[in-house]
Design a protein around this ligand. Structure first.
Ligand SMILES: O=C(O)COP(=O)(O)O
Ligand SMILES: [Mg+2]
Length: 219
């Protein structure tokens, strides 16, 4: 029996909006729409690419019949573009190394499409840290449904579990899966941290190994 930590990706390990913004704006440019601001697009992230595309389409009154074509265009750009603007939050790599050195088993559960998640994780040399990587399109359900998080945990074995994420969707996922939640406050949440259910919160990844140790000791 070991300890398990599962991470969200966008807004938690990686500040990834810059490249998502480029991919969406390439599509909008082709469709002869005005470009969207980074801030507005960031407010659409969290429930996966299909939802993000639908919200962008609503914003520009684009017909629903165009959904699949526009979705596939953005995904095609995003999965093949070099990762240029996306950056790990400070201290992420050191924290992952330290957790692994403590014998903690690591998984990743994101709403980002699996192929795009792996593309990003490999570019930032993060992929090898995780024994399991689940994307928003990996299973029949996506977060906030408990299914992907529980599936990830099952694949990692048994033990005490902490889920680490940045958003309301992640907090709801943890509640649905009955798993302890650590809220990273510097990502893409929309509400005040105090209004998002969490067991613990942190703003600096240097704090995470100690948080994990204390959380698991308390179990
Ligand atoms: O793709 C999204 O909308 C969010 O991705 P995340 O689950 O890694 O935050
Ligand atoms: Mg996130």
């Amino acid at each position: 029996m070991g300890n398990i930590v599962v991470f969200d990706l966008d807004g938690t390990l990686v500040d990834s909006m810059g490249d998502i913004h480029v991919a969406v704006n390439r599509m909008l440019d082709i469709e002869r729409c005005e470009l969207i601001s980074l801030e507005r697009l960031t407010s659409f992230v969290g429930n996966g690419l299909p939802t993000l595309i639908k919200l962008v389409m609503q914003e520009y009154c684009l017909p629903e019949t165009e959904y699949q074509r526009l979705h596939d265009m953005v995904l095609g750009f995003y999965e093949t573009m070099p990762v240029e603007q996306s950056k790990c939050y400070p201290g992420v790599l050191a924290a992952l190394d330290e957790l692994r050195a403590q014998g903690v088993r690591l998984g990743l559960c994101t709403n980002k499409p699996h192929g795009a998640a792996v593309h990003l994780l490999e570019a930032l040399e993060l992929a090898d840290h995780f024994e399991v990587i689940l994307g928003g399109d990996s299973l029949a359900e996506r977060k906030p449904h408990a299914m992907p998080l529980l599936h990830c945990i099952d694949a990692l074995g048994s033990g005490a579990v902490l889920y680490v994420g940045d958003s309301e969707v992640d907090a709801a996922t943890a509640v649905n899966a009955k798993v302890d939640f650590a809220l990273f406050t510097e990502g893409y949440r929309k509400s005040p941290a105090k209004d998002i259910p969490h067991k613990v919160l942190f703003a600096d990844f240097a704090e995470l190994p100690e948080i994990v140790r204390c959380n698991f000791e308390g179990d």
